[in-house]
Design a protein around this ligand. Sequence first.
Ligand code: PLP
Length: 429
Amino acid sequence: MLSEYVKKTPKSLSLYGIASRMMPYGVSSNYRYLPPYPLYLVKGKGSKVWDVDGNVYIDFNMAYGALGIGHSHPKLVKALKERFENSSILGFEFADTIKLAKIIKIRYNVDMVRFSSTGTEATMHAIRIARAYTKRKKIIKFEGHYHGSHDQLLVNVSPDKEGEKSVCSHGIPEDIVKYTLVAEWNNYDSVERIVRKDGNDIAAIIMEPVAMNMGIIEPDVSFLKGIFNLAKEYGILIIFDEVKTGGKYYSGASGYYGLKPDLITLGKAIAGGLPLSVIAGRKEIMSVIGPEKTAHGGTFNANPLSVVASIVTLTQILTQDSFYEVYKLNSLLSKGYKDLVEDLDIDITAVTWGASGTIFFSNYLPRNYREFLRIDKRIWYKYFWLMLSKGIIPMADYDEEWTISTQHNKEDIIKHLEVAEEVLRKIKS
Ligand code: PLP
C-alpha cells in the first residue's frame, strides 16, 4: 500500500535522509514522524498543500486542527502584512490584546483571560492555577486524553496495556506524576471512586470535553453533569481543555453543552494558524495569577502577530455563519462515508463533532480509550497511505480527525469521497 506513495515522494525521502542526521527522526515534533519517513511540504493555499516533489493534496488535516480558516486566508495575509510593518513583537503590552480578551470573554463565557503561545503551556498553567487556588496537589485526567507535551499530563495518553498507570515519555520521573490520577472516559464510577477516596486533596479534573485524541469520542451528557456535581461537592475545579474543541464549534464545547467549567484552555484554530493559546475562567480563580503569586510569563505571550491574527480569525472568518457552512460540508463528508459502508459492506463507523469528523475501522462507536484500542490500526494505515498517494490527506494519524475549514468547498468533499471509495474497494479486494 505504501509503494505508490513512495514512488511519488522521492524528494521527501531524500530530505528525510539529510534531516535525520541533524534532527532526531528528521522532524520538529514527534507526531509528524510517520514511518517510513515524513512528508515535507512547501506551501499551502486554501484547502490545498504542496510537497517538495510538486504533488498537490487536498488537506483535511489542516495542521492538526489549527487551520479552521484554511491556508493563507486572504484576510489574514492582509492583516499580518500590516501588523508586521509595525513590528512583530513589542516587549511591552500590546493594546489590541484587550480587544481580543473581550472577544474571548464574550464568545466563551469566561470572566478573565491570559494568553500564552501553545496548548501545552495553557494546560500546564491551568493546572498550576488550579493548585494555587485550591491549595491542593492532586489532579484527575482521563485515559486517552492528550493535553500537550508537559510532564504531569503525559500519563495514560495512549497506553497499550490495560489498567496500569503509564508515563508516556522517557525522562519523566515517577515522582513527578505521583499526583496525576487517571480515570476512564464516559465511566462515572471510575471518577467517583477516585474522588470519594482522595477528593479533599484533588485540585482539578482536566478533560478534553470531547475527546479528540482517540478519534472523536463525545461524552455522555449525564457523565459530564455527574462530574460537575461531584466536583462541586468536593470543591474540585473543572478544567475544559478546549485547545481542539474551542475552534471546532463557535463557542467551544462549553457553549455546545451549555456548561460553565471553572477554567478553560484554548489554542490551535483560534489564531488562524499562528501560535496563541488562552487560559481563562472565573475571576476569583484567575486572580491567583500575579507577581509574587502564581507564575505566568512568556516572552512571546500575546505576540502582536498572533493577537491580530486571532482578532481577524474570530471576528471575520470563524463566524456563526461560516461555521454553519462548515457543519453542512462536514455532514456531507460523513454521510458519504456512511453510504460507502453500506455499498461496500465494510466495517467503518463515521462520526462528526463541529467542524471535525473521523472514521473508525470498526462496526461500533468506541465510548472510551479501551474500546478505541481494540480497533485494528493496520487497516487505517493502509487507507491513509493509499489516500495520500491519490492526493488526499484524510487526517494526520489514526487517533486524529479531519477538519473542515472555511476554505473547503463541495468539490473538495466530492473528491475526498471518490478517492475514499476507490481506496476502500482496493482494501476490500
Ligand atoms: N490540548 C489538546 C486537547 C490538544 O489536542 C493538544 C495538541 O494536540 C494540546 C493540548 C497541546 O497543544 P500544542 O500542541 O499547541 O502544545
